[in-house]
Ligand binder design. Structure first.
Ligand SMILES: Nc1ncnc2c1ncn2[C@@H]1O[C@H](COP(=O)(O)OP(=O)(O)OP(=O)(O)O)[C@@H](O)[C@H]1O
Ligand SMILES: [Mg+2]
Length: 302
C-alpha cells in the first residue's frame, strides 16, 4: 500500500525538533524547482558503519514526504538500502548489477516503495563481482552515469548509497554525481580516512567529473550527553566550516530498529528524534539548493 505523501506531510507538519520546543514548519519547497533534471547525490565514506545507508533511506524518505520525486540507488553489494526499504533481497531478481553489466533497462528494475514518491533500484550480492567484470569494459567509470542518464528526468533527487570502499563502483557513483554527502560519525577516529576520500574526490574532479561538489559533511549518531560527541562536532566544524550541514543527526534507537521492519524512521515512528533529524536535513538540503538555483536564475537575468 502506498503511503500518500500528503498524508505523511500532514502528520509531520508540526513536529517538535530535538529536545527544545522550537516548532519547524515543514512547508514543501518549490515543487517546480527541478522539472528538467534530477540532482544526483552520492552518499559516500569508505569508513564502514558511519550512517551512509541510514542517511540514504531516511533522507530519501524525508525528501519524498516533502513532495520531491526521489530515487535511491543501492550501489552496495551488502544491499542494506534494499532490505531497509522493505524489499526481500532473496527475491530481488534484477538489480543495479544487470543495469551496469547487461545494459538492462533501469525503468524495468525500479521498485516502488511504500512512500508514493520514493523509488529504489535494488542491489544484489552479485555486485561484488561487477568491479572485476567492469575492468575490461570501455568507459568503465561512466557506466552508472549512463544508467542514471536514462531516468534522471523522472526524479528531483537521486541518492546513491555507496559501499564502504573506494573501488570502481564508488568511482562510478562519484563520476555520476552532482555532489556528495559525507556522513561522519560522532565517534573516535571520526576524521580517520577522510583524507583518502577527499583525495579521491579531488582526483575525480580533475578528470572524470569536474563538476562534482561536496554537498556537505553530515554529522551522524550524535549523543549530546557525551563529551566525545561534542568534541567531534567541534573538530569537524573547525576543519570543514560551512561545508558541514547545520542539521546534526541524533543517535536514536528508532533509526536502528526501523530497517528490520523495512521502513524509514518516518513510517516507523514519525515523531522520533531520528525521523525529525532527517526531516530537518531534507529541509536544509532543499533550502540550500533553492538558494543556489535562485542565484543561478539571477545570474541568467543579469
Ligand atoms: N543516528 C543513528 N542512531 C542510531 N543508530 C544508527 C544511526 N545511524 C545509523 N545507525 C545504525 O548504525 C549502523 C550503521 O549504520 P549504516 O548501516 O547506516 O552505516 P553505513 O555507513 O551504511 O555502513 P556500511 O559502511 O556497512 O555500508 C546500523 O546498525 C544503523 O542502524
Ligand atoms: Mg551501508
Amino acid at each position: 500500500m502506498f503511503i500518500n505523501a500528503k498524508l505523511l506531510f500532514t502528520i509531520t507538519k508540526w513536529l517538535k525538533i530535538g529536545g527544545d520546543s522550537k516548532i519547524v514548519n515543514l512547508t514543501p519547497a518549490n515543487k517546480n524547482r527541478r522539472d528538467a533534471m534530477g540532482k544526483v547525490i552520492a552518499i559516500s565514506n569508505q569508513k564502514g558503519g558511519v550512517g551512509k545507508t541510514t542517511s540514504a533511506i531516511n533522507l530519501g524518505a524525508s525528501l519524498a514526504v516533502l513532495e520531491k520525486r526521489v530515487l535511491i540507488i543501492d550501489a552496495d553489494p551488502q544491499a542494506n538500502a534494499t532490505s531497509g526499504s522493505g524489499f526481500d533481497i532473496k527475491k530481488v531478481k534484477t538489480s543495479i548489477y544487470e543495469c551496469l553489466i547487461e545494459d538492462a533497462d533501469p525503468r524495468k528494475i525500479i521498485l516502488n516503495s511504500e512512500i508514493e514518491m520514493l523509488d529504489l533500484i535494488p542491489s544484489h550480492i552479485d555486485l561484488v563481482g561487477a568491479e572485476i567484470e567492469m575492468l575490461n569494459m570501455n568507459e568503465r567509470e561512466y557506466m552508472l552515469k549512463n544508467v542514471i542518464g536514462q531516468i534522471r528526468d523522472d526524479y528531483d533527487y537521486i541518492l546513491i548509497d555507496c559501499s564502504p570502499s573506494l573501488g570502481l563502483i564508488t568511482v562510478n557513483a562519484l563520476t555520476a554525481a552532482d555532489s556528495v554527502i559525507i556522513p561522519v560519525q560522532c565517534e573516535y577516529f571520526a576524521l580517520e580516512g577522510l583524507g583518502k576520500l577527499l583525495n579521491t574526490i579531488n582526483i575525480i574532479q580533475r578528470g572524470l567529473n569536474p563538476d562534482l561538489e561536496i554537498e556537505g559533511f553530515l554529522l551522524t549518531m550524535y549523543d549530546g550527553r557525551l563529551r566525545l560527541s561534542n568534541q567531534v562536532v567541534d573538530e569537524v566544524k573547525k576543519h570543514f566550516q560551512q561545508m558541514v550541514f547545520e542539521t546534526i543527526i541524533q543517535r536514536n534507537i528508532k533509526l536502528s530498529e526501523a530497517p528490520s521492519f523495512g521502513k524509514p524512521a518516518i513510517l516507523y515512528d514519525a515523531e522520533s528524534r531520528g525521523a525529525v533529524s532527517y526531516l530537518n536535513l531534507a529541509r536544509e538540503l532543499l533550502q540550500r539548493n533553492e538558494e543556489t538555483l535562485l542565484k543561478q536564475e539571477e545570474k541568467v537575468l543579469d
